[in-house]
Design a protein around this ligand. Sequence first.
Ligand code: GLY
Length: 283
Amino acid sequence: MENILLCHGGVGSKNRSLPDMNGIAKNGWNQDPLTSVVNAIVIMEDDPNFNAGTGSVIRIDGSIQMDAAVSTPGRFGSVIGIEMVKNPVIVARDVMEKTPHVMLAGSGAIDFARRCGHKPYDPKTPRSIEAYKKMIEGIKENMTENEKYIEFKKLIDSGLIEEPHDTVGAVARINGKFAAAVSTGGASPMMRGRVGDVPVPGAGIYCGDQGAVVATGIGEDIAKRVLCYRIYSKIGSMPLKTILEKEIGYFGETLAGVIAVSRNEMAYFSNGSMGTDLYAEKI
Ligand code: GLY
């Protein structure tokens, strides 16, 4: 048996110079599984190569709104559409540990973050601004949000603009205890207020007594399938890898990936390239 921290840097990333995922897992490592997964996510949120925290994609209206979640068996915390904070995953942990709620959204999440000591921070980077500029070229000011979305989508579908998918996630099984965490800037193009799978329990994250699962890919499709809970509910019925392969099989060409740990297995599977690595210690 091993203690394991397994991390991913997003499915479908065209950023082939992905940072050293093994190093991220190693640096995030802690004997407490929740601290391990949060540490790993913070490292990736602080790395502008990922679409989470610093480096998150810019929405159609020019804003950055981020989603993040953490979970341990029976406990859950998430933030939805949070803006101007450095580490959404730490705010999600604060929601879980310091409030009676499971989710905080929008301005309420920002106010809560400030009360917890999260200072104002702009996660825009030269790369995200450049990508946004490319997106808005040719878009007329007087277009509605929906018309802009359709124009942006055409640019992405034609390959002129890279579609960012570098959502980040981590799962851990340490001394028999599980934890999961996930964070994203979303899946471009997005209208303001759009919410994907990440902050929704059972959709982009699930953690229970039998294991921990997090997902990456197109949030709308992952949420519609309640993907992580579906996988969790099948743990033990067949090899973990087979469960992941079958569930990702339902997505066809829609990008999706998952990482998971159970009591005696760990597995990852995606239908596009996905930077994944782990740190493990024998016990
Ligand atoms: N999977 C990230 C998102 O769609 O928001």
